[in-house]
Design a protein around this ligand. Structure first.
Ligand SMILES: Nc1ncnc2c1ncn2[C@@H]1O[C@H](COP(=O)(O)OP(=O)(O)OP(=O)(O)O)[C@@H](O)[C@H]1O
Ligand SMILES: [Mg+2]
Length: 274
């Protein structure tokens, strides 16, 4: 059934998904080419790969902002491209998304940005209940008391946290996080990673995290999926992927890590600097 939530289905499943975009020269650019992938419940999957390889496009398929040319994107068993509008809306209520650019409204206060999904989806809540819920998530992202701070006055790291707070305010089962660490210093970046790990453990959220930060990825991810040239070139547990013998995977990960040889049971380590 495409139009019913299946609580036993994996939260996210892509089957043979292809997507291409027309180019100005009259041709087309193949961005996803027969991508199949399952993201298990309660685990964090990192999607990695070079810039322009379709990571953000993949995420937009999961929330139904883009439709595949071929294949199926199932979220809680619902085929997002073929389901009714009402069902897509029901599924989206279970997903929190943090876009690559943060997408905060500078005209709203910090708290009102976080309350935005509640205003749309939870009309039964009173203003006071909404404020309480927002104060609660502000504490979770370690920004207590910032409800009335103008959004424009936030630092880059604070904006990421506010974006994360907005993504979790609806108590979603799935959170999609596009580049949580970009533009952050290593300490702030680590703090965001720790927040993700803590939330996964406490709230049992299924996270999908796109990241360029390979070292951080190993700290947060249970699984890694690497996209390259429109294809999934590696997918599995972090241990499996760091042991991959695919040359692109080794080249991509090996820029930041010392990888074990494919047959070697050892773990990837940080390079020795000095
Ligand atoms: N709506 C669109 N129309 C046309 N082309 C698009 C559209 N969205 C994305 N693309 C193209 O698809 C390709 C993949 O884009 P995407 O944003 O998914 O890359 P990415 O892997 O997220 O890269 P980065 O790491 O730089 O964020 C790019 O060439 C991009 O220009
Ligand atoms: Mg992107």
């Amino acid at each position: 059934m495409a139009d019913r939530i299946d609580e036993d289905a994996p939260p996210i499943e892509l089957r043979g998904v292809s997507k291409r975009f027309p180019t100005s020269g009259g041709g087309h650019l193949v961005v996803l080419d027969d991508v199949s992938l399952t993201m298990p419940r309660g685990q964090t999957t990192a999607v990695i790969g070079p810039s322009g390889t379709g990571k953000s496009v993949l995420l937009k398929h999961i929330v139904g902002l883009l439709r595949p040319d071929a294949g199926e994107v199932r979220v809680f068993g619902v085929d997002m491209a073929r389901a009714s509008e009402a069902m897509v809306y029901t599924v989206r209520r279970r997903i929190g998304m943090l876009f690559q650019d943060g997408a905060l409204f500078d005209s709203l206060s910090t708290g009102d940005n976080i309350a935005f999904p509640l205003d749309r989806h939870r009309p039964e809540l009173s203003t006071r209940q909404k404020r309480e819920r927002v104060e609660q998530v502000l504490e979770m992202v370690e920004l207590p008391g910032l409800y009335d701070r103008p959004t424009a006055a936030l630092s880059g790291g604070q904006r990421k946290r506010v974006g994360l707070a907005r993504a979790i305010v609806m108590e979603p089962e799935v959170v999609l996080f596009d580049e949580p660490n970009s533009g952050l210093d290593p300490m702030t970046s680590d703090a965001i990673d720790q927040l993700i790990v803590g939330m996964k453990e406490k709230l049992h959220i299924t996270f999908v995290v796109i990241s360029h930060d390979i070292v951080g990825t190993l700290n947060v991810a249970d699984r890694i999926c690497m996209l390259y040239g429109g294809k999934v070139v590696a997918s599995g547990t972090t241990a499996e992927v760091t042991h991959s013998d695919h040359p692109m995977v080794r080249r991509f990960l090996g820029r930041n890590l010392v990888l074990p040889e494919p047959g070697d049971p050892g773990v990837a380590t940080l390079p020795h600097i000095g």
